[in-house]
Design a protein around this ligand. Structure first.
Ligand SMILES: *Cc1c(COP(=O)(O)O)cnc(C)c1O
Length: 230
């Protein structure tokens, strides 16, 4: 089932690329495997997935240890500063940097290990109170402050659009994130790249790709519904 789901998702990615005259290789599919058991991740791996997304530090670390080493791990969930040290050397990209304090801690831990960690700045473009992420108006200032940190490389922006049944509702947020990245790129801030946009989930990734997503984060569309045990 997972294999077929991945094929379906890839077909939709391909179709969105054709519609928007983009190259399929410029869009990376992240299989969001949070809450799912390792055997399901293996199935996705067998089907060709090499990018996995997790939102909890402990879960990412334990899956990192169990799964093959050629996987690129993406931290996509809210990250507490005291847990940064467990993942800095295991993640390919941290999508959820939402404060200067967090960026400073990532940089500090990266320096200790002599690495530079790629990060995205999470922006709350829809202004939802329940969501993490910095306000679009604050983005430039905070990115300027982060740019000087030696242990991180800012690669672009990430957003989580509101939950909706109609993906077209979210197009406005994707275009806003894209525009914000263009505006910031024009400032030519040292050590800051704006070439990566992480946007689009199961409900809206086709639209996100049309608006310029480089990473789409798909959970339900690959692994099925999540069951949360509280
Ligand atoms: C869970 C999650 C996803 C995947 O959501 P689906 O709707 O299941 O595709 C994507 N991004 C983030 C940040 C998530 O937490």
């Amino acid at each position: 089932m997972i294999k077929e789901n991945i094929q379906k998702v890839k077909k939709i990615i391909g179709d969105s690329c054709i519609r928007s005259k983009r190259k399929p290789e410029d869009v990376t599919l992240i299989a969001v495997s949070k809450t799912k058991p390792v055997f399901m991740l293996r199935e996705a791996y067998e089907a060709g997935c090499r990018h996995f997304g997790e939102n909890k530090v402990q879960e990412l670390v334990s899956k990192y240890e169990e799964m093959p080493k050629d996987i690129h791990w993406h931290m996509i969930g809210h990250l507490q500063t005291n847990k940064v040290k467990y993942i800095v050397d295991k993640v390919y990209l941290i999508h959820s940097v939402d404060s200067l304090k967090l960026a400073q801690e990532i940089s500090r831990q990266a320096e200790k290990k002599n690495i530079v960690v790629s990060v995205l700045i999470e922006v709350n473009v829809a202004g939802e109170e329940t969501k993490f992420g910095i306000a679009p108006e604050e983005a430039e200032t905070i990115i300027r402050d982060m740019a000087a940190l030696p242990g991180i490389l800012i690669r672009g922006l990430m957003t989580i659009a509101p939950y909706t049944d109609n993906p077209e509702d979210n197009r406005q947020y994707f275009t806003r994130l894209k525009q914000l990245s263009v505006d910031i790129a024009e400032k030519n801030i040292d050590n800051v790249n704006m070439d990566v946009l992480s946007m689009g989930m199961t409900g809206d990734y086709a639209v996100a790709i049309e608006e310029g997503a480089a990473f789409v984060r798909i959970g339900t569309g690959i692994f099925g519904e999540r069951e949360y045990v509280i």
